[in-house]
Design a protein around this ligand. Sequence first.
Ligand SMILES: O=C(O)CCC(=O)C(=O)O
Ligand SMILES: [Mn+2]
Length: 154
Amino acid sequence: MSNMGEIGWVSDKEGGYRYQTTHPQTKRSWPQMPELLHELWQELTKFSLQPEACLINYYDAKARMGLHQDSDEQNLQAPIMSISLGDKARFRLGGLKRQDPTRTFILSSGDIVILEPPLRMAYHGIDRIVPGSSRLLHEGGRFNLTMRRITSGQ
Ligand SMILES: O=C(O)CCC(=O)C(=O)O
Ligand SMILES: [Mn+2]
């Protein structure tokens, strides 16, 4: 739904899904990621490069995300770190092939998932959220912050 950081993940009818440094409508840069998120990334992933993108997604009571791989980043060695806030969600994690068996985990508010090699390219998705399972957000639902390193460079 929105982004923080140097690079954002966007989509529109004209261009499809892509990474870009500006908001497609306002043409403005994305707001910076709070320092706290950089510190969390450093502490938990120990990865040598900083994240460049933080995708902000909101899930209402009916939202889901189908099984997919995150494969549009140049740097496939960099971990992906995602933070759950608000209602619980059923997260599905598979293997490197779509047909591989999957398992599910309940993600609660404050939980963090890190996908890193050898599971960096694992299929994953959100089956559903559990409406009303957290009081964090006044309007209910779930926010997910997904942090990624896109480029390989310094
Ligand atoms: O909402 C989640 O926990 C997963 C999000 C995700 O996989 C993505 O945005 O690519
Ligand atoms: Mn994903």
